[in-house]
Design a protein around this ligand. Structure first.
Ligand SMILES: [Fe+2]
Length: 163
């Protein structure tokens, strides 16, 4: 569960449109994808949930912004012990997943893979059908999962902004 306080803390410093393609609606879709995947992958749900709401929280552009993952990891570290109470090993999974989520990697701990897949499965919001060879887990590559995620993306009322 992500607390209201966590959402308010993220929103207070979020630079882009709240309902834009890298904002709250996307994080909710990633969250839904992640929970669905975790049932099959065995990923650590607490890490997947936090990843969903943090990984793009420090983006300053909807296009190229190569450092936003590292900034998200640093932001997560700043919340450790207050809003984030993961143990050390789980926290490092979260930080790694955030830092490298746009590096195009597919090999990692299964919890990290589940985070990355949950994000990539929401590419339908940008009219991109997620490609199995870019996904990490068998659960995400399942055509039924891809179809479910694309339908969710299409049904989500994203606001497209110019930055
Ligand atoms: Fe994302």
């Amino acid at each position: 569960m992500i607390s209201q306080k966590m959402i308010e803390t993220i929103r207070a410093d979020f630079a882009l449109a709240w309902h834009g393609i890298h904002g709250f609606l996307h994080w909710q879709c990633v969250y839904n994808n992640g929970l669905r995947l975790a049932e099959r992958t065995g990923a650590k749900v607490a890490v997947v949930e936090l990843f969903a709401f943090l990984h793009d929280s420090k983006r300053v552009s909807n296009s190229r912004d190569p450092e936003h993952g590292a900034r998200a990891a640093a932001f997560a570290r700043s919340l450790r012990g207050t809003l984030i109470t993961l143990d050390a090993a789980d926290f490092e999974l979260l930080a790694y997943a955030c830092a490298y989520h746009t590096a195009g990697l597919t090999e990692a701990d299964v919890t990290v893979q589940t985070c990355w897949d949950a994000d990539r499965l929401d590419l339908g919001r940008c009219d991109i059908i997620p490609q199995p060879d870019r996904l990490c887990t068998g659960a995400a590559k399942d055509p039924a999962m891809i179809q479910w995620a694309v339908q969710q993306s299409m049904a989500t009322p994203y606001v497209h902004e110019d930055r």
